[in-house]
Structures are given as structure tokens and as C-alpha cells.
Design a protein around this ligand. Structure first.
Ligand code: RIB
Ligand code: CA
Length: 312
């Protein structure tokens, strides 16, 4: 089988953690490295959490790198109110034994992309886009070599989740997001418009717990904690499971629907900072730069996730 070579850029985060577990369980993927960024919690915690998640599996040799500890221009905004103090509150996980790589994440991203032929590597981004934006600034050549970027971020019909206008990943580093969206690289965006249709529920969380392996039990405990914020906020039965949709799209694109549109990022206004301005009805002649996903077959998504986590 020809494996899809990916780099996962992430700010774990309970939903990032489940996305990592899905990728680790999927033989179709070759994870070249996991690069961590400040986002849900500071970099010291996101880079620790990624290693804690690897140690729930047998795939502890996958290299983990620390990247940017703050956005390109803005002051870091974190989301402990959603994810808890550790960033993956819920299960009690040991301090990781795995060490961080000494190489800095942005160097790893640049060197890896330059060392492979064109269109071999897909970037899967689960957090603020700071590492990616900085890599493009430091070595613009990589923009011509990357096969695709599949990112969780943005929102339009659903509005925002950190402000009325903006989704968290874009809000934290709008300048980095703008760099990515004008890069010319094929981009698939999984925004709140689709992740808000992939809601956890008591029965879905119990299905993870019933798997009975470390990964399944930890997933249930993380989602028990993670969903409480959105249940209170939206009055829904469960919380949106954002990041695993990035990996699920890569593996099962048939679960998803979207359309090619123009998306631009608000970087000037304080009121709408980080808003993804989506030209859904093509009212402008702006270049269609994003495949914007707005629908998911949520039952198939969760069944797929459960089946894969059983393999860990
Ligand atoms: O807005 C949701 C996104 O922000 C998810 O990636 C979550 O992990 C946080 O990073
Ligand atoms: Ca995330």
C-alpha cells in the first residue's frame, strides 16, 4: 500500500488528541512527525500532551517537535476554559518518557518538505497556523512542494467560537492563517460549519469507553471533560469533535461535502479579527482558494473513529 505521508501540526487539546489517535491507528498514513504549537494551552503543555497521547499507543517512535510558543504578531490567547489547565483534562496521564526532538518544529517542517519530491507531503493542521506561517516566511520554496493542507479552522454560517466572528485557531494567529490562504497550496478547510455537525453524545462516548484499551478509555475520559463546555454553551447534547475530522477527511473523503470558494482572513479589525470571510455565493471575482467543507455523515464518522481506536 502506498502510504500518505503527513506532518500533523497540533495544539493538544482533547480533540487534537483524538485526531492523533485516529492517525496513529491508520495504516494508510505515514506520520513523518508531529509538530506542536501554542494554542489551546502554552507550548510547554501542547508539546508534552502530544507525547502523552503517543504513549497511549505502541507508536512511541514518532518524532515530536516543539514549534512556536506565540503567534507571529499577536499576544497568545489560550483556551484553558475549554480544555482545562493541562489542555487534555479528563484522564490522569503520566509524565511522558518520550523526549522532545532537539530540532525546532519549523526547521523540521522545512527540511522534511525540501527532502521529498514535490506533492508527496500533506500538512494536517489542528491548531493555530503559526508554525506553518513561519515556515513559509523562512523558506518560501516549500509552498511549491506541499501536496495539500487539510486544516481545522474557520467558520461562516456557524459564526465564531472564541468571538462572535472568529474560530479559535484562526483568531489566535490571523496573520499566519492569511499566509496559508494566499500560499497557492491546495487547501481543504474543516470549519465550525462542519465540526458542529459532528457532536459527541453519551452513547458515542460510552462506545469509546467500551473499547477497553488505553486509547479508548482515555478518549472517553477526555470527551467527558471536553463536551461539558459546549453542552453548557450551545445547549446541545454533546460537544463538537473538531480536529479528528481533518484525519477522517483524509481517510474517508466520502463522508464529507463542500465546495470551492474564496476565503480571506480579517486581520485589520479588532471586532472581527480572525474572521474567515467566505464568498459562499461567489458574489466576488476573488480566486477560489479553499475547498470548504460544510457537511459530514456524522454516524459514519463516529463509527469509523471507534473502529480505528479499537486497533490501538
Ligand atoms: O475552534 C476549535 C479548534 O480550536 C480546535 O482545533 C481546538 O482543538 C482548538 O485548537
Ligand atoms: Ca486543536
Amino acid at each position: 500500500m502506498i502510504k500518505n505521508k503527513i506532518i500533523i501540526d497540533t495544539d493538544p487539546g482533547q480533540d487534537d488528541a483524538v485526531a492523533l489517535l485516529l492517525a496513529l491507528a491508520s495504516k494508510e498514513l505515514e506520520i513523518l512527525g508531529i509538530t506542536c504549537v501554542a494554542g489551546n494551552v502554552p507550548l510547554s503543555l501542547t508539546s508534552e500532551n502530544a507525547r502523552k497521547i503517543l504513549e497511549l499507543t505502541r507508536y512511541t517512535e514518532i518524532p515530536v517537535f516543539a514549534g512556536a510558543d506565540r503567534p507571529i504578531k499577536r499576544t497568545l490567547v489560550t483556551a484553558e476554559h475549554v480544555h482545562g489547565k493541562t489542555g487534555i483534562d479528563g484522564p490522569v496521564l503520566e509524565k511522558p518518557k518520550i523526549k522532545l526532538q532537539s530540532k525546532e518544529a519549523i526547521e523540521f517542517i522545512i527540511e522534511t518538505i525540501l527532502s521529498y519530491p514535490k506533492d508527496e507531503i500533506t500538512l494536517c493542521t489542528l491548531g493555530p497556523l503559526t508554525n506553518i506561517g513561519l515556515a513559509f516566511q523562512r523558506e518560501p520554496r516549500i509552498k511549491t512542494l506541499i501536496k495539500e493542507i487539510i486544516m481545522m479552522g474557520g467558520g461562516f454560517f456557524e459564526g465564531g467560537n472564541i468571538t462572535p466572528a472568529a474560530e479559535f485557531n484562526i483568531y489566535v494567529d490571523p496573520e499566519a492563517a492569511a499566509e496559508v490562504l494566499v500560499s497557492g497550496i491546495p487547501i481543504t478547510m474543516l470549519p465550525l460549519d462542519v465540526t458542529h455537525k459532528a457532536l459527541t453524545s453519551r452513547s458515542r462516548i460510552e462506545s469509546f469507553r467500551k473499547i477497553g484499551n488505553k486509547a479508548g478509555i482515555a478518549t472517553a475520559e477526555m470527551l467527558d471533560f471536553f463536551e461539558r463546555f459546549d453542552v453548557e454553551k450551545y445547549g446541545s447534547e454533546g460537544g463538537p469533535l473538531h480536529d479528528p475530522n481533518v484525519i477522517a477527511y483524509l481517510l474517508r473523503p466520502e463522508f464529507y461535502e463542500g465546495k470551492y470558494v474564496n476565503v480571506e482572513i480579517e486581520v485589520g479589525s479588532d471586532l472581527t479579527r480572525g474572521m474567515t470571510v467566505v464568498d459562499w455565493w461567489s458574489v466576488t471575482t476573488r480566486k477560489k482558494n479553499v475547498y470548504y467543507i460544510d457537511k459530514v455523515k456524522d454516524e459514519e464518522f463516529f463509527n469509523f473513529l471507534i473502529e480505528r481506536i479499537k486497533l490501538l
